[in-house]
Design a protein around this ligand. Structure first.
Ligand SMILES: [Zn+2]
Length: 495
């Protein structure tokens, strides 16, 4: 398992380009999840106990939403904003039983590597080293690369060479490798395409990259809200078409794509929801036993019972969880077309382990033959329907692209209008400043006039005072004059 810290990669909203195939036809699927809700579900459904730091990381300051976007061309899907699991998150969810020891993809990988006679082998996301153990029992030496310190220690304790540290720098001195494996790694990463580019640099020319991912077109599509398929655990979804279209662009040739046969521990979960999707156990039931009247649950239980009797552990050819892809480093990136897409129907049934399964398989084939003869007409109709459907998808894609262009134009126009408004705002602010200045000047003048008026009042008062003084003096002189005149008149009368 591989964790890279909590990082947000893909932009949300408009202008999304598929990171795998560069198509513009990336659309929101309408599936949005709130990270606080997802963490709560881990606690209530899986009994996981998260430390406070995990809650803080994913829900503070606000509980974030993340939306699933899908590329209509290559089928690649990714959650944006992309919030991946940090090490505390993984420590909490792996406290139970998360690692599966015996995986079909490990056995397949060991077989493929043995046929390559590779000397330098690296398992990226090696966990506690189960795949390294398997290769060791077959006499092959393989190093591991792992982010989790606990898992690395467990693998080292078993004698494996484990690398830690930044990717790909931590491996630069031991490169190039003949084979690199990445089992269930890509869907955890914030930038899986950048990671694949870096991994390619660690391979020698014509070196082999073995990848496994959950098959988004497999039964998990019936459980889109399963906790393990949601962020922060899985942040991207892959299907065979994604590899067929995308990997040649990254400089890889697709050597083969295999589907995991359905393992017995998934029969009870997957078979009831897949029973009517054209899977071969259902057809065996109908062909070999005429059980058409049996309800789905009874059919499934009967079938599981029969398979257990034969000691079967894997149902070859029945869709399951994992898609397994072998890629070869190609020296020049090429453009792949969908017409290169091929599925080897017979390969699905390889490795039938018991005679009983082989008998059932033969019955199935004869049933299929009869069915096919009967329904040639239906097949032609189906083909026409598919053709129409593909046409519709093409039309929808071009419609969406044209809508996107319109939106981008509108966005530009809004941006321009916003700019114009900002300019006007600036002009208005300048004018306002001018008015304020003028107002200030006027009020200064007013103040000055008031001051002058006050000065005039003071002088007026002063003059009025002086005038009063003068009139008092005048009155006094007048009185004095009268007294003098009276005195002079008195003197005159005496004489
Ligand atoms: Zn794409």
């Amino acid at each position: 398992m591989l964790t890279n810290g909590n990082r947000e990669m893909m932009p949300s909203g408009l202008n999304q380009i598929c990171p795998v195939c560069s198509s513009l036809a990336v659309v929101p699927t309408g599936k949005t999840h709130n990270l606080a809700d997802v963490l709560s579900r881990w606690q209530s459904e899986a009994g996981t106990e998260f430390p406070e730091s995990v809650w803080q990381e994913y829900t503070v300051p606000t509980a974030r939403n993340t939306t699933l976007y899908q590329c209509l061309r290559c089928g690649f899907s990714m959650f944006a904003p992309t919030v991946v699991g940090n090490s505390a998150f993984y420590t909490a969810i792996t406290a139970g039983q998360y690692y599966v020891e015996e995986k079909w993809e490990f056995i397949q990988g060991a077989k493929d590597i043995a046929s390559l006679q590779a000397a330098r082998i690296l398992d990226i996301g090696c966990g506690s080293g189960y795949f390294l153990d398997l290769l060791k029992t077959k006499g092959m030496k393989c190093s591991g690369y792992e982010f989790s310190p606990e898992a690395s220690e467990a693998a080292r304790a078993k004698g494996h060479d484990i690398f830690n540290g930044p990717f790909p720098e931590a491996l630069a001195s031991t490169a190039p490798y003949d084979v690199i494996c990445m089992f269930q790694v890509l869907e955890h990463l914030p930038d899986p395409i950048g990671f694949l580019r870096d991994a390619r640099k660690l391979l020698r020319p014509e070196g082999v990259l073995i990848v496994s991912v959950p098959d988004a077109n497999g039964p998990i599509r019936h459980f889109p809200d399963a906790l393990t398929e949601l962020p922060p655990h899985h942040v991207s979804r892959w299907c065979e078409l994604t590899f067929r279209i995308g990997m040649p662009l990254l400089g890889f040739r697709v050597e083969k794509a295999l589907y995991e046969p359905l393992p017995d521990y998934l029969w009870h979960t997957y078979l009831p929801v897949m029973w009517d999707s054209g899977i071969w156990p259902a057809e065996i039931c109908r062909a070999a036993n005429g059980l058409e009247d049996m309800g789905i649950n009874d059919s499934v239980l009967w079938f599981i019972g029969e398979m257990r009797k034969y000691g079967a552990k894997l149902l070859y050819g029945v869709p399951s969880h994992t898609l397994y892809v072998v890629l070869k480093r190609d020296e020049k990136p090429t453009r792949s077309t969908i017409s290169e897409f091929r599925t080897d129907a017979d390969a699905k049934f390889e490795n039938l382990s018991s005679a009983e399964l082989l008998r059932l398989y033969k019955e199935l084939l004869s049933y299929n033959r009869q069915y096919r003869e009967k329904s040639d007409e239906e097949c032609r109709e189906e083909e026409m329907r598919m053709g129409r459907y593909r046409l519709e998808i093409g039309q929808r894609e071009s419609y969406l692209v044209s809508q996107q262009k319109i939106l981008i134009r509108q966005q530009d126009e809004f941006a321009r209008r916003k700019e114009g408004l900002a300019e006007r705002e600036t002009t208005l602010a300048a004018r306002e400043n001018e008015f304020v200045k003028r107002e200030e000047a006027i009020s200064a003048k007013e103040n000055k006039l008031v001051e002058r008026a006050e000065g005039l009042t003071v002088r007026e008062n002063e003059l009025a005072g002086r005038a009063e003084n003068l009139s008092i003096k005048e009155q006094r002189y007048e009185k004095l004059f009268i007294v003098r005149v009276a005195r002079e008149l008195k003197a005159l009368f005496k004489t």
